[in-house]
Design a protein around this ligand. Structure first.
Ligand SMILES: *Cc1c(COP(=O)(O)O)cnc(C)c1O
Length: 293
C-alpha cells in the first residue's frame, strides 16, 4: 500500500566547517502528509490491519502528535475509518489546533481523555475496556511503536547507508525509530539518539526491543522535556534553517540538530567520521511560541 505513494528523498551534505562529513537523509520528503519516520512506522501496521480484515484503526496521541496526523491521513487514503484517543480533556471545549483540525478533516474521530486516563493507555485493563468499546478497531499504540513499526523502520537504512557511514543520528520519542535503525545498522556503525524527552527510562525501553549494543542516547538537548523549548533552541533553528535551507521543528529535529552540532563542536567524533543524520520529518506540527502552553 505505502510503496506506491513513497517519493524519493534527497541526501543533503551539510557544510559545518569540520573535517567530518555530515549528510542529512531527508525523510521529511517521503510524503507530504505521512511524514518522515511515521511512513515507516505505519506501513506494516496498515498492511497487517488490512490482512486481518479490519476497516477501522484506533490510536493515541497528544495534541501536536505527528503520528495522529499521519495516521488520520493514511486511514482515509487506504479506506479505513479512524479514531484518535487524544490526551487532554480540556481540549474538548477549545478550538482545534492545526494538527487536530487536519486529523478531523481526514475523517478521524477525536476522543479526548484526561491525562490520568491517558496514562493508562498501555495497561491491560484499560486496553481490554477499550477493545470492548471499539471491537472493530485495529489498535496502534502511542507514537505507533510496536514490532511492526520497528520492522518498517529497519527499511530506513539502505545497503549504501550501511556501507557509506560510520554514525547514524536520529531524534527519539518513543524509541521505535531508533530501534529500527539499530537493528538495521552494520556492526561497524554507531547509532546516536537525541531524546526529545527527559529521563533514562527510554534507554530501558529500547533495550527491551533490541539486544544490540552499538548505540547511545542522550537527553542533554531535550530543553527540559517533551515539547519544551528554550530561546536558544529557536535561535539555533533559525540560523540553521537560514544557512542550510533544511526546515526543522522544535519537538524533535530541532533538538537533535542542535545536539549534533554541539557534540561535533566538542570533538566527540574522530577525524573523518561520516555521519548520516535521519531527518524524521514532523513539519506539520509547527507551532508558534504562543501555542505551546
Ligand atoms: C514521532 C517522531 C519522532 C520520534 O519517533 P519515535 O519512533 O517515537 O522515537 C522523531 N521525529 C519526528 C519528527 C517525529 O514525528
Amino acid at each position: 500500500m505505502f510503496e506506491r505513494i513513497a517519493q524519493s528523498v534527497a541526501y543533503q551534505k551539510l557544510n559545518l566547517d569540520t573535517d567530518l562529513t555530515v549528510t542529512v537523509k531527508r525523510l521529511d520528503q517521503i510524503h507530504p502528509q505521512i511524514s518522515g519516520n511515521k511512513f515507516f512506522k505505519l506501513k506494516y501496521n496498515f498492511a497487517e490491519a488490512k490482512r486481518q480484515g479490519f476497516h477501522k484503526i484506533l490510536t493515541f496521541g497528544g495534541a501536536y502528535s505527528n503520528h495522529i496526523a499521519a495516521t488520520a491521513y493514511a486511514a482515509q487514503l487506504f479506506g479505513f475509518e479512524s479514531v484518535g484517543i487524544i490526551r487532554g480533556e480540556e481540549l474538548k471545549v477549545k478550538a482545534l489546533n492545526h494538527t487536530l483540525a487536519t486529523a478531523q478533516q481526514f475523517g478521524m474521530q477525536l476522543h479526548f481523555v484526561s491525562r490520568e486516563q491517558y496514562r493508562q493507555k498501555d495497561q491491560p485493563e484499560y486496553l481490554a475496556a477499550l477493545k470492548l468499546h471499539y471491537p472493530e478497531h485495529y489498535l496502534i499504540p502511542e507514537g505507533g511503536t510496536n514490532t511492526l513499526a520497528i520492522q518498517g523502520c529497519k527499511e530506513i537504512l539502505t545497503a549504501e547507508d550501511r556501507q557509506n557511514y560510520d554514525v547514524i543520528c536520529c531524534a527519539v520519542g518513543t524509541g521505535g525509530t531508533i530501534t529500527g535503525l539499530i537493528e538495521a545498522s552494520a556492526d561497524h556503525q554507531t547509532v546516536l539518539g537525541f531524546s526529545a524527552l527527559k529521563g533514562d527510562f527510554l534507554q530501558r525501553e529500547i533495550q527491551q526491543w533490541t539486544t544490540k549494543t552499538n548505540w547511545t542516547m542522550t537527553d542533554t538537548y531535550c530543553c527540559g522535556g517533551y515539547a519544551k523549548t528554550t530561546p536558544a533552541l529557536f535561535q539555533f533553528m533559525q540560523s540553521f534553517e537560514a544557512e542550510h535551507h533544511i526546515p526543522l521543528e522544535q519537538v524533535y529535529t530541532g533538538k537533535m540538530m542542535m545536539g549534533l552540532v554541539d557534540v561535533i563542536r566538542q570533538n566527540h567524533f574522530p577525524a573523518q567520521t561520516r555521519i548520516l543524520v535521519i531527518h524524521t520529518g514532523g513539519l506539520q506540527g509547527q507551532m508558534t511560541n504562543q501555542d505551546q502552553s
